[in-house]
Design a binder for this molecule. Structure first.
Ligand SMILES: Nc1ncnc2c1ncn2[C@@H]1O[C@H](COP(=O)(O)OP(=O)(O)OP(=O)(O)O)[C@@H](O)[C@H]1O
Length: 234
């Protein structure tokens, strides 16, 4: 479970996050929407403990990440816009390496190949160098790493930007599957369509504040877009 409690971030006089309160339960996919500079990445970076809050708390599984950096990192997986992998290693070798780093040395190659398959990596790809992978294939290795790590929390920062519609659709389906397994997911995205399609909740952030927090099943595509645009113009 992910929770922000009155979470604030001040970058030298610029209040980028103004007291965020948010709870994301296992099985939820929370899509954080908002214009460039709204504070979405700041929120994610606080949960990752990449940056420290000015006040308030970011909690993962009830633990304050600022005080439990290592323990909370064990519970989470992070997928940025471009998943960082070793170009000269194959997908399988990358997955083995990152799984071992996460303390899972027990997996056999068959296990690891199973995770890559579950993440939708084509059968011909696991033995090939990642340097030749498409962006969508790299994202799939990122998902396989999350599966292998048995992450309870998944943080994503614009993971589908630059993916073609089919790859984006496949990626969103994977997130829905992970949520079905009880993972709590927070995703910063500009993709209103995907937020409505695969998100269970959506929040609109503006100037460091959550100005809307909705259940996606309660709102249509057009209504979400209209609401988003209304907030952007206010
Ligand atoms: N390291 C930093 N130092 C100073 N200001 C920063 C820093 N990082 C972010 N900011 C500022 O904080 C605000 C929020 O930025 P943030 O990156 O969280 O926005 P975002 O919603 O993720 O935007 P985008 O959609 O462009 O990724 C912006 O005004 C940004 O310029």
């Amino acid at each position: 479970m992910l929770e922000a409690v009155n979470l604030k971030k001040d970058y030298g006089g610029h209040l980028a996050l103004k007291g965020l309160n948010l709870k994301i339960e296992p099985g939820e996919i929370y899509c954080l929407l908002g214009a460039n500079g709204a504070g979405k990445s700041t929120t994610i970076n606080l949960f990752l403990d990449f940056i420290k809050p000015s006040s308030g708390m970011a909690l993962i599984d009830g633990m304050n990440v600022a005080d439990h950096s290592i323990e909370t990192k064990k519970a989470l997986a992070y997928i940025p816009e471009i998943v960082m992998l070793y170009r000269n290693l194959s997908g399988l070798e990358n997955l083995r390496y990152f799984s071992q780093l996460a303390g899972h040395s027990e997996y056999t190659d068959a296990d690891l190949l199973g995770f890559l398959k579950r993440a939708g990596l084509p059968d011909h790809a696991p033995m090939k160098r990642v340097g030749g992978y498409s962006k969508g294939m790299r994202q799939k290795v990122g998902i396989a790493i999350a599966i292998a790590k048995q992450a309870k929390v998944l943080l994503l920062d614009e993971p589908t930007s630059g993916l073609d519609p089919k790859a984006s659709n496949e990626f969103s389906d994977l997130l829905v599957q992970l949520a079905g397994d009880g993972v709590a997911i927070l995703m910063a995205t500009h993709d209103l369509f995907r937020a409505k399609e695969s998100g269970t909740r959506a929040g609109i952030m503006k100037h460091g504040e959550l100005v809307a927090d909705l259940v996606t099943a309660d709102i249509g595509h057009a209504d979400l877009e209209a609401l988003y645009l209304k907030h952007m113009h206010d």
